[in-house]
Design a protein around this ligand. Sequence first.
Ligand SMILES: *Cc1c(COP(=O)(O)O)cnc(C)c1O
Length: 384
Amino acid sequence: MFDNQLIEKFKTLETPFYYYDLALLHRTLAKVKELAEKYRFHVHYALKANSNDKILKIISSYGLGADCVSGNEVLKALATGFQADHVVFAGVGKSDKEILTALEKDIFCFNCESLQEIQVINELAEKSNKIASIAIRINPNVEANTHQYITTGKEENKFGVNMAELNEILEVLKNSTFIKLVGIHFHIGSQIQDLENFKNLCFRVNEIQEWFTAQNIRLTEINVGGGLGINYHQPDLENIADFDSYFSIFNQYLKVKPSQRIHFELGRSIVAQCGSLISKVLYVKKGTNKQFAILDAGMNVLIRPALYQAYHKIENITSTSSERATYDVVGPICESADFFGKEVSLPITQRGDLIAIRSAGAYGEVMMSDYNLKEQAKSVLLAM
Ligand SMILES: *Cc1c(COP(=O)(O)O)cnc(C)c1O
């Protein structure tokens, strides 16, 4: 992924920084767009994965919608070229201010996660003199077979509502004259690699659709969320996620009525592979039984390994050694969780070497913090 010219350029830059391969981002988006047009699917990019302005402008230029989880994300989406009538707004804790912002901007749809929220949206829509379109986020109770912190479609988590609550919600909706129920929404989790899980989601959605039909409720929007996983172990082998198989599953198994539109909310699979965190080795420290490569980037710059025990491929991109050794690759932050990889085999590594932490385009830069008041990464965008 990194040719010599690029590495020479990296050597002149202050570390740590995020590098984005914009050519790869363009190829990824072209693929998504091609398939979305083929199947007439509506794809919304989940801003929370990466809300770097330049990246958002590229994504919006492909005509994707936006999936937002805060009022500020709604404003950011509009400022970077996404159209309001392609914006969906999810989240279990939408504040009054955020709801008012979304109403004022006439977004396409609120993905509602509780009865209480529906009532508040109705009140605020009345005050704003608007009709709010909503989709109910339903827990399909489908496994996602992913890390417990990123599984979201089971009955007992804070997201969405359960089927058992729907009757009560429909009663409330009858008296909510400032709300229009247009659809149902699902999101079962993130980094899902076994596509069987999506097939199971389709079957559940079909059943749930039958339930709504039996209640004589017509829905025009079916939103199946996001969650398509990427290959963190071999980013070069599979630098574009398997969108063909993913979309074809929904095309094959989801039963839709002619008037219905299918929506997706993809984050990670669009931006993860185009990003790498580039960091410098400050020290190679020898312990009793292991050695540590201490980097100038830590969990303040990329928190995924500390937060989800996530794996990222780690490469030494400047070592010329043909010998290899094993290192724990760690950050400078005062926390034991501050590591990027344990027992990583690298070419002999020295102070000053540049390390690339791959597949860091999603949930990387967006989760940076000021912890320890360490330097944050300055993103660097270079199209290849
Ligand atoms: C996070 C999230 C997404 C995007 O998930 P990815 O795994 O990044 O594709 C989509 N929809 C909702 C509701 C989310 O919370």
